[in-house]
Design a protein around this ligand. Sequence first.
Ligand SMILES: C[S@@+](CC[C@H](N)C(=O)[O-])C[C@H]1O[C@@H](n2cnc3c(N)ncnc32)[C@H](O)[C@@H]1O
Length: 402
Amino acid sequence: MAALRVLELYSGIGGMHQALRESCTCAEVVAAVDVNTLANDVYKHNFPSTPLWAKTIEGITLEEFDRLSFDMILMSPPCQPFTRIGLRGDVSDPRTKSFLYILDILPRLQKLPKFLLLENVKGFESSSARNELLQTLATCGFKYQEFLLSPTCLGIPNSRLRYFLVAKLHQEPFSFQAPGQILTRFPDQDAEDLLKEKVTDKTDKVGETSSSLSSEEKNLGANSGPDCSSKSLPKGAFLFKLETVEEMERKHNQDNDSSIQMLKDFLEEENKDMSQYFLPPKSLLRYAFLLDIVKPTCRRSTCFTKGYGHYVEGTGSVLQTAVDVQLESVFKHIDELPEDEKLVKLSSLKLRYFTPREIANLHGFPLEFGFPEKVTVKQCYRLLGNSLNVRVVAKLISILLE
Ligand SMILES: C[S@@+](CC[C@H](N)C(=O)[O-])C[C@H]1O[C@@H](n2cnc3c(N)ncnc32)[C@H](O)[C@@H]1O
């Protein structure tokens, strides 16, 4: 069988290429395109034989696209115009220009690709750019399905809810196609969950609390979950550490969901020198209440963004390495303490950032995937924060090509 000719647009560090490999598809990336010099260096480091076009997508002519004669497009367009917390410039944001250019080129190609996969942030599904994409695909004769998925669907303890679209040309609809719907789980997941529930049913009655909701839905607080000591508190009440009862319950549920792996499976060797990753006193004192603190035995972590290690708030979880220290005992009445005592208490948790390697592990990059030596830790965080979960995309590629 001839190898599938794949065009990787907005290639970054090559998350899509890695996913293609992980899916064991017989394929060749005929061109990867990105303007970011540093991301391109990382890409070349890991995929040295792939032709890398360090230019803007809108600078590629129709003829150049035609010459590549590709069968598949894999792409992650810039997400800033669609993020829920951003300005949501959508199609009027200049960063969407290259995507609109692709939509304009697509119907005019000499040979349409047979397959297409797109990744973007949650928020893209309600954008005009997405409506234009669907319209273009329908005009060209593609069958497509949209998803909102997080790595937790695959038992990975990391939330990274993303929009995905898979499309194939002139073929039977997907067996799982649900017109007008965005699927929030993998097509085979219902059957898998049912099987799991049956097994748990027989062996462990406590398992009943893992309802038919996906982990991400539980994550979003859609499940009331098992009993927890905080239940008598009024809805929305704040506990220690600026957390509501609902947040506490959600974390509690996820940490007890044995279908998700523990974070310790993704961590680096304990004997490695981690001194550079510990949170400095200034950050501890200023942001302690806003940190999402997890232990190695936890089965969850928040989405690691490109600001991780630079901004503290909302950019990703931090790891409590002093595992025997009780979080509650540290935070209780901490506000009443003078600063030096506060710092002693907070330091006892031994909080550190996840290393770039650990984030790469959570994102599904294999151990052989690396960064050139000159790339700094902060740059690694930035590039990984822009990238994707390889295992989620690999599974979608398999589903698309089934
Ligand atoms: C969301 S990131 C994609 C990350 C990639 N999937 C990965 O695994 O690293 C978007 C990428 O698009 C690139 N980009 C943005 N606008 C572009 C354009 N007009 N032409 C080419 N690349 C562009 C950025 O440099 C960035 O690396």
